[in-house]
Design a protein around this ligand. Structure first.
Ligand code: ACO
Length: 333
């Protein structure tokens, strides 16, 4: 099954407007052409109009259907600066600093999303993850009831009995380097909600560790146990359990031995990793060794969708992240 094609079809059904803040950049322009041709999203390119048109001409791509805004000349910049100042004044922001900062395409693009000129934003082909996430965290902030932004992958493993016939969500693989127990609990709850909304799954969330139900001790295990307790207490309607080793989480036979009585063990379709190192390594292992389709990292927990690209991305990666961003905007993820 080509999962990404499903998300394309979902995106087309209710198109949203997505900001490409690196609007003058080659891969963004090629992606923009493809997105418009396929009717996946309306696009707002941030950048200098002449340069965008020149670059598009040079690349022989058509971006005429995209809206273009230049932070240097846009009449919106003044209002954006005032609004940004209001949002950040209790964090030491001054109006002079705000005026300067909204000229930065990432801040300008984020303000476009905040104030409803677009439904989401995708960037990161030429900026780091931190450069993109920081304006998102400062301006868009978390969705109501969510305390933490994190990054998930939808993993589709071919010929696989684990999860939902090989379909699983992994988190956090992108944002929180070393989450606290509270943050880990929040990641578990948010990913369970994402699994429901995005993939129609009945989420069974495993809080992963090198220990299963007290088989090992130490502060690393304690953190996962504590996170499990917090998550269960906060959302006793969700099926979340831990701490579980990976084999106990996904393999019924091991679950019967190591975690009898757990409603998640052996059936997990959402895997929550204890930190970013394990999350990042974990998804890459499955992607490479099991030849899994790995869609992500997609940010979850923002009040409106903001997504990062790898600096090594190609135009098709950008197209796919934009399609996912549209689906997130549709479903409030
Ligand atoms: N959720 C919600 N809010 C957050 C989060 C979070 N996960 N992290 C930080 N914040 C808030 C802070 O509370 C702060 O709010 P405030 O300024 O209103 O008080 C604001 O965001 C800025 O926080 P800082 O801690 O000052 O920001 P920092 O410079 O540390 O950056 C960042 C945060 C960018 C998320 C950082 O933790 C980071 O770089 N994470 C790793 C990203 C990364 O490299 N990922 C791997 C990419 S590879 C891949 O994805 C496959």
């Amino acid at each position: 099954m080509d999962l990404m094609k499903n998300f394309w079809e979902m995106a087309k059904k209710d198109k949203k407007k997505v900001v490409l803040a690196e609007g003058e950049e080659r891969r963004n322009l090629i992606a923009c052409d493809k997105i418009l041709k396929n009717g996946l999203a309306d696009i707002l390119l941030i950048g200098n109009k002449e340069r965008i048109e020149e670059n598009a001409k040079y690349l022989s791509v058509n971006v005429e259907g995209a809206e273009i805004l230049d932070p240097e000349t846009s009449t919106l910049s003044e209002g954006f600066a005032k609004e940004f100042y209001e949002i950040r004044k209790n964090k030491g922001m001054t109006i002079e600093k705000a005026e300067k900062m909204v000229k930065d395409p990432l801040y300008f693009g984020t303000m476009c999303v905040k104030l409803g000129y677009a439904d989401g934003m995708v960037s990161g082909a030429i900026h780091t993850t931190g450069d993109l996430l920081r304006p998102g965290l400062q301006i868009i902030k978390t969705a109501p009831g969510v305390s933490n932004v994190s990054g998930f992958f939808v993993m589709m493993v071919p010929d696989c009995k684990y999860g939902e016939s090989g379909l699983l969500l992994f988190a956090d693989c992108a944002v929180n380097p070393n989450p606290t127990a509270e943050q880990l609990a929040s990641i578990a709850i948010t990913t369970a909600e994402t699994a429901k909304k995005l993939c129609d799954l009945d989420p069974k969330v495993a809080m992963l560790s090198f220990s299963t139900m007290g088989s090992a001790k130490g502060e690393l295990v304690d953190k996962v146990r504590q996170a499990t307790e917090i998550a269960k207490k906060e959302r006793n309607d969700l099926d979340i359990d831990g701490e579980l080793q990976l084999d106990a989480a996904i393999e019924e036979e091991v679950a019967r031995l190591k975690a009898p009585g757990s409603s998640v063990a052996g059936k997990a379709n959402v895997l929550v990793f204890p930190d970013l190192q394990t999350g990042n390594i974990g998804y890459k292992l499955v992607q490479r060794f099991a030849k899994a389709e790995a869609i992500g990292p997609i940010c979850q927990g923002f009040a409106k969708p903001i997504n990062d690209l790898s600096r090594g991305c190609n135009p098709d990666d950008i197209v796919n992240v934009v399609a996912m961003t549209v689906v997130q905007a549709q479903k409030g993820i």
